[in-house]
Design a binder for this molecule. Structure first.
Ligand code: SF4
Length: 576
C-alpha cells in the first residue's frame, strides 16, 4: 500500500519520529506521483534511509506552514515546483494566469513569484542559523548561472546568490541529493559533489572560468560567450567544472552527476507512489494535473532534439536514458489494478515520445559532439534510430489485462520516424492504428525556413512527408484522425510577414486553420533566450529582428488565431 511522506506533526508522530532529516518545500501541491520531482526526490531519500517530510505551497506571509514540521536535522530542500514560477504565474505577454494545474481547486493563488527565493527567505525568517538550504527543481536549475530574465528584462545573478541559500542541485537530482544527504549526515564537506553548485571565495583549480556576472550583464557578446561555455559543459562524461565571478565571490558549478542507468531508473520508478494528492491538500480541492499524470507512464529522460527554445537539454541532458520494458510493464499492471482505472493510459511519455530505447554509442562513451547535433539539420548517421523497440513496448502494453488503450500524448519527432527506414513505417502504423486519440500532436513550431533554422527544427519537406504517411496510413486502417500542430509566434527572427506566410502554408499545404499557437516565452538558459536578449544569432553573430513589444507579439499570434479563438479546423485533402 503506497504511503505519502508526512506533511503534519500528527503524521510524523504516527510514524514514531520526532524530527525529520530533510524537509522539502514545494510550490506545487503534494502530488505523490513519479511525474512530480519533489515526490520522487522525497521517496528516493526515504529509500536511502532518511526521514523526509513535505510542506507544499506554504503560506509565505506567516510562520504557520513553514514551522509545521519543525526544523530538519540535515537540510531543507526548496523547489518552486514542476514549472518556473514566473512561467506558471504569467503569460508570454505579461498577463497574470488565473489557473494553476498544480494547485488544489485550480485557482492560481498559492505560488508566489520567484517561489524559490520566497521559500528560502521564509525559512531564514523563522529559523535563524538553520541547517543548509538546498535549491533544486527546474526554476533553480535553469537559473544556476547568470541568466536572462524575461520578466525584468535583465540579466540576473545566479539564483544561489539571490536566495541566500547554501547549495543548489541541478538537473535530475536523485543521485546527487542522496550523495548530499549522506555527506551532511557524516559531517563531510559536500562541495566536491557532482551536480552541485555553491558559493566560494576562490574558483577551484582546473575549473573553467565563465565571464563574470557584471560583465555579461552589460556586454551581449560576453553573455553569448558565457552561454556557449555553459552549454558545452553540461554532460557528465565530458564537462569541466565551471566558475563565475559575482562581485568578489564565485558561483562554483561542479560537473554534472552521472546519468542513471536503466537499472537505477527502474529502481526509482519501482518506489511506491500513491498516484494521488496528499489528503491534507485534497481537502482544499482537486488538482487538474492529476487527471493526466495519474494514469500515465514516464518511459525515458533527456533529449537530443536540442530545439533552441527548450530547456530540456540543459535540465535533463542531451543523452536519452530509458527504463526497461519490464519496469514500464510492471507500472502498467499496477495502474490497471487501481480501482478507478478506466482502461486508458493517457500518455506513454518522455520529453520526445519516440526517443525511447536507442542512443548514440559515441555519445555514451564520451558525451555529445560539440560541433554537430544528433538530429539537425539531418539525423546523424551514427545515431542507431530504431523504433522497433517502442513498437514492441506498445504492443506488449496493449496486452496488459485491464488496459484498453495506450495513448502517446507527448510530442513526436517526425523526422526521426522518417529516418528509420527499417522500422519507422511499422511504428507509425502502430501509432495510427492503436495509439492515437483522434489527433496526433506534432510540433513543427513554424513553417518559414529562417525561423525554423533559428529554432533548430526540421524542414518542411519532412513535415509534409510525415503528414502524407500519416494520412495514408489512417486511410488504410479506416480511421478519421488528424495531426495537431503546435506553433510559436514572435520567436526571435520571426516577423509579421513570417506569420502570414505560416498561415498561408498551413491553409494550403496542411489543410488547417491552426489554433495551437503560443507566443514565444524566453525560458532562462536556452539559446532562444540568448537570441531574445542579445538580438543576435549566437552562432553567427548576425543581428536579429526580435519582436519585443507585447502588442506586436499579440498581432503575430492573431495572424493565425484572429482576435478571438476559432477552433482548429481540418481539411484533409492530400499533402502538396
Ligand atoms: S556522433 Fe552523431 S549521434 Fe553521436 S553524439 Fe555526435 S552528432 Fe549525436
Amino acid at each position: 500500500m503506497p504511503t505519502f511522506l508526512p506533511t503534519t506533526q500528527k503524521e510524523l508522530h504516527s510514524l514514531g519520529w520526532d524530527q525529520l532529516d530533510v524537509i522539502l518545500i514545494t510550490g506545487d501541491s503534494y502530488i505523490d506521483s513519479p511525474f512530480i520531482g519533489v515526490a520522487v526526490i522525497g521517496k528516493v531519500l526515504q529509500q536511502a534511509g532518511f526521514k523526509v517530510g513535505i510542506i507544499a505551497q506554504p503560506d509565505y506571509q506567516s510562520e504557520v506552514d513553514i514551522t509545521r514540521l519543525g526544523e530538519p536535522r540535515l537540510f531543507w530542500g526548496v523547489t518552486a515546483g514542476s514549472i518556473d514560477s514566473m512561467i506558471a504565474n504569467y503569460t508570454a505577454t505579461g498577463r497574470p494566469r488565473r489557473a494553476d494545474d498544480y494547485t488544489p481547486g485550480g485557482r492560481n493563488t498559492k505560488r508566489p513569484n520567484r517561489a524559490t527565493l520566497v521559500y528560502a527567505n521564509l525559512i531564514r525568517r523563522y529559523f535563524k542559523d538553520t541547517v543548509p538550504i538546498v535549491l533544486g527543481g527546474v526554476e533553480a536549475s535553469l537559473r544556476r548561472i547568470a541568466h536572462y530574465d524575461f520578466w525584468t528584462d535583465s540579466v540576473r545573478r545566479s539564483i544561489l546568490f539571490d536566495a541566500k541559500a547554501d547549495y543548489l542541485l541541478y538537473g535530475m537530482a536523485e543521485r546527487s541529493v542522496v550523495d548530499l544527504a549522506q555527506a551532511l549526515n557524516t559531517g563531510e564537506d559536500p562541495t566536491s559533489l557532482r551536480g552541485l553548485c555553491y558559493i566560494a571565495k576562490q574558483a577551484p583549480s582546473g575549473y573553467l572560468t565563465l565571464p563574470a556576472f557584471e560583465r555579461v550583464a552589460e556586454d551581449h557578446d560576453a553573455f553569448i560567450e558565457m552561454f556557449h561555455r555553459f552549454y558545452q559543459n553540461n554532460d557528465p562524461l565530458s564537462a569541466t567544472g565551471l566558475a563565475q565571478k559575482h562581485g568578489d565571490r564565485y558561483l562554483v558549478h561542479n560537473p554534472p552527476t552521472p546519468n542513471l542507468s536503466t537499472a537505477e531508473l527502474d529502481a526509482v520508478y519501482a518506489l511506491s507512489y500513491a498516484r494521488a494528492q496528499h489528503p491534507y491538500y485534497e481537502t482544499q480541492g482537486s488538482v487538474k494535473a492529476l487527471e493526466t499524470i495519474r494514469f500515465s507512464i514516464p518511459t525515458h529522460r533527456g533529449c537530443y532534439g536540442e530545439c533552441n527554445f527548450c530547456a530540456i537539454a540543459v535540465h535533463e541532458g542531451r543523452t536519452v536514458r530509458w527504463r526497461s520494458q519490464d519496469s514500464i510493464l510492471a507500472e502498467a499492471r499496477e495502474i490497471a489494478n487501481l480501482p478507478d482505472f478506466n482502461g486508458y493510459i493517457y500518455d506513454l511519455s518522455g520529453p520526445t515520445a519516440n526517443m525511447y530505447g536507442f542512443e548514440c554509442p559515441i555519445k555514451l562513451r564520451r558525451g555529445p559532439c560539440l560541433d554537430k547535433n544528433c538530429v539537425y539539420p539531418e539525423t546523424c548517421p551514427v545515431l542507431p534510430v530504431d523504433h522497433k523497440i517502442q513498437t514492441d513496448l506498445l504492443h506488449k502494453l496493449r496486452q496488459v489485462k485491464g488496459v484498453k488503450k495506450v495513448f502517446v500524448g507527448s510530442g513526436l519527432r517526425y523526422d526521426l520516424i522518417l529516418s528509420d527506414e527499417k522500422h519507422g513505417e511499422a511504428y507509425l502504423k502502430e501509432l495510427v492504428s492503436h495509439h492515437t486519440s483522434g489527433q496526433l500532436k506534432v510540433a513543427p513550431e513554424h513553417t518559414q525556413p529562417d525561423v525554423l533554422a533559428r529554432m533548430r527544427k526540421p524542414g518542411l519537406d519532412k513535415l509534409l512527408a510525415f503528414k502524407q504517411r500519416f494520412d495514408a496510413l489512417s486511410d488504410e486502417v479506416k480511421k478519421k484522425q488528424f495531426l495537431s500542430y503546435y506553433l510559436i509566434a514572435a520567436y526571435p527572427g520571426c516577423t509579421l510577414e513570417d506569420m502570414h506566410a505560416l498561415k498561408r502554408f498551413a491553409s494550403q499545404k496542411l489543410g488547417i486553420l491552426p489554433e495551437q499557437v503560443q507566443v514565444f516565452t524566453p525560458t532562462p538558459s536556452t539559446y532562444a533566450s540568448v537570441m531574445y536578449h542579445t538580438e543576435k544569432d549566437p552562432f553567427t553573430g548576425e543581428p536579429l529582428y526580435v519582436e519585443k513589444n507585447p502588442a506586436g507579439k499579440k498581432r503575430q499570434k492573431e495572424v493565425i488565431t484572429g482576435s478571438g479563438k476559432p477552433p482548429q479546423r481540418h481539411r484533409r485533402g492530400k499533402a502538396k
